[in-house]
Write a protein that binds this ligand. Structure first.
Ligand code: ADP
Length: 240
């Protein structure tokens, strides 16, 4: 039996009474790099937000390491879809990365020297040293995505949630992000990643959840990622 890190049972989420996720059971495996795939509107982003407590659920039970999201917030880093973020907000690369430390700060504590050192180290690691004091509005798409990764590195999270981190980034950034995820796996972390490019599933991921409002398949990529399941999820939309 594999170690389950997040257990989702009977999960239904609706917008305006219209279900977009319908009665889903999902087990996310500890120390995996899991892709969530499915057509546009399949409910992939909604699934992440539901697990993270950012979207109200209609019914269901979600356990993260046996506890609720409220108790587990510190263990999680969430990297939202880049397009959903207001990049015109007046703040610097350093301040965004430092925010990764906030979950680790006590009640009303300000970030201290150690937090700042960890933020700097994360910025160095992701190749953004020269951009540390830059406004986030002045970054390229790939650099923006790397700022989020640095924020995750600075945190002490055990589970990373990422919503299409490779969308619209250059090859160099794609390499940096995937190296980070594989390195994190070696250090015992778990990553759950909404991913749109079916051509890179086998190369980058070991587990997969194939979704279209309902779960079509879940488990190891080698067992579940097959033309039948992809056809079921995507219908006529795609040729594999
Ligand atoms: P995916 O990430 O797989 O593309 P989403 O989870 O973003 O899918 O969306 C699933 C469905 O829910 C889509 O039909 C989308 O239009 C709808 N939806 C998403 N967010 C909202 C919202 N805040 N209000 C109403 N409908 C929404």
């Amino acid at each position: 039996m594999k170690d389950v890190i997040i257990s989702v049972r009977d999960l239904t989420i609706a917008y305006n009474d219209k279900p977009v996720l319908w009665d889903n059971d999902i087990d996310f495996i500890k120390n995996s790099i899991t892709a969530i795939v499915g057509p546009n509107g399949a409910g992939k982003s909604t699934l992440l937000k539901g697990i993270l407590g950012l979207q109200k659920i209609l019914s269901g039970k979600i356990e993260i390491m046996g506890s609720s999201i409220k108790e587990m917030k510190k263990e999680i880093a969430y990297i939202p879809q880049s397009s959903s973020v207001n990049w015109n907000f007046p703040t610097t690369v350093f301040d965004v990365v430092l925010m990764g430390r906030y979950a680790n700060l006590g009640w009303i504590k300000r970030p201290g020297k150690k937090d700042k050192i960890l933020a700097e180290a994360a910025i160095d690691k992701i190749g953004l040293k020269d951009f540390k004091n830059r406004q986030i509005s002045e970054l390229s798409g790939g650099q923006k995505q790397r700022v989020f990764i640095a924020r995750a590195i600075a945190s002490s999270a055990k589970i990373y949630f990422m919503d299409e981190p490779l969308a619209g980034v250059d090859k160099k950034t794609e390499g940096i992000i995937m190296d980070f995820l594989h390195d994190s796996q070696r250090r015992g972390k778990t990553s759950i990643v909404v991913h749109h490019d079916l051509n890179t599933i086998k190369k980058y991921f070991d587990h997969i959840v194939i979704l279209n409002k309902r779960v079509i398949g879940q488990g190891e990529v080698s067992e579940v990622f097959n033309p039948e399941n992809i056809e079921k999820a995507f219908g006529g939309e795609i040729n594999v």
